[in-house]
Write a protein that binds this ligand. Structure first.
Ligand SMILES: [Cu+2]
Length: 299
């Protein structure tokens, strides 16, 4: 156990004991919990209990800004509620010979604490609507990427199946004989918006790129377009964020963002590998490749 954890535990126990001895246990308890919560949150990034680094997509940066704005509002509210609570606990706790005061409440105060939270919630919902629209509304996607999805990503227990169109061709909804396939390895060109078509073959999954702050449920029976832009060159995690069965933990893949020319080369290499019949050295022109071979019909 870390020495800091021991000091913190002993310090907390001392505060609670002092509170109990001076008949101020509950103010001490709530004060300690508020200080501990804020303290842990402040220390969290240095222990890597926070977001996985800065957002690596433009949408991710906007989502982070929304997250921090809401975090500031909730932190201020949380601290204010604790200050009021502790003050009330100290001021109005029972004392010998003092009659408790009784109040029917304050109409003005109730109006204030109804209107202020409602106004804050309305402000947040209006403030985030633009980001929400651009993330969810297909019509607002970049036109080129909308019309040329880079790949189809099919989630299934417990892997990500990727289907690319052959180089120079468009992704069709129905698999084509010359489509290219990989598993758990999604490649995209970086620095430009791309769209993937997300599907699920069995249960609910969730396509999650934590470093890009992109998360979208994969729903059986639905094809959901997801747009994102990788602002980095290299590899990042692709994980499933929905508890989808016993093997959920191993439903991990990777997103590789690369230069457009390298991405095109990747697809050509994939095509050569999939077209390799073992005789013509990978130069076979059109060999049918299918992700799931058709079951043979036995009489
Ligand atoms: Cu899953």
């Amino acid at each position: 156990m870390s020495p800091w954890l021991i000091i913190l535990s002993l310090g907390s126990a001392a505060v609670l004991l002092a509170g109990a001895l001076t008949k101020k246990f509950w103010p001490a308890f709530f004060g300690l919990s508020a200080v501990a919560t804020v303290g842990i949150s402040v220390l969290a990034p240095s222990y890597r209990w926070w977001l996985p680094g800065g957002a690596q997509s433009p949408m991710g940066t906007e989502i982070d800004d929304l997250f921090y704005m809401i975090l500031i509002i909730t932190t201020v509210t949380y601290i204010a509620v604790h200050v009021v609570l502790i003050t009330a606990l100290i001021k109005f706790s029972g004392k010998p010979g003092v009659k408790a005061s009784f109040s029917h409440g304050s109409h003005a105060l109730e109006v204030v604490w109804t209107i202020v939270p409602a106004a804050i919630l309305l402000f947040i919902s209006l403030y985030q609507i633009d980001v929400w629209m651009r993330f969810r509304n297909f019509a607002t996607f970049n036109r080129h990427s909308r019309e040329n999805p880079v790949a189809e990503v099919t989630a299934r227990q417990f892997e990500w199946r990727i289907r690319y169109p052959a180089p120079g061709k468009k992704l069709m909804q129905k698999p084509q004989p010359d489509d290219l396939y990989t598993v758990n390895d999604l490649h995209v060109p970086f620095g430009e918006p791309v769209v993937i078509q997300l599907r699920s073959e069995d249960v609910l999954h969730s396509f999650f790129l934590p470093h890009l702050r992109i998360k979208q449920d994969a729903v059986p029976g639905a094809i959901i377009p997801v747009q994102f832009q990788a602002n980095f060159e290299g590899e990042q995690e692709l994980v499933c964020a929905e508890l989808c069965g016993w093997g959920h933990y191993k439903m991990r893949g990777q997103l590789t963002a690369q230069r457009k020319s390298e991405f095109d080369k990747y697809l050509r290499d994939l095509q050569a590998r999939q077209s390799d019949d073992g005789v013509s050295g990978g130069r076979a022109a059109a060999v049918v490749t299918q992700a799931t071979p058709k079951a043979e019909n036995h009489p």
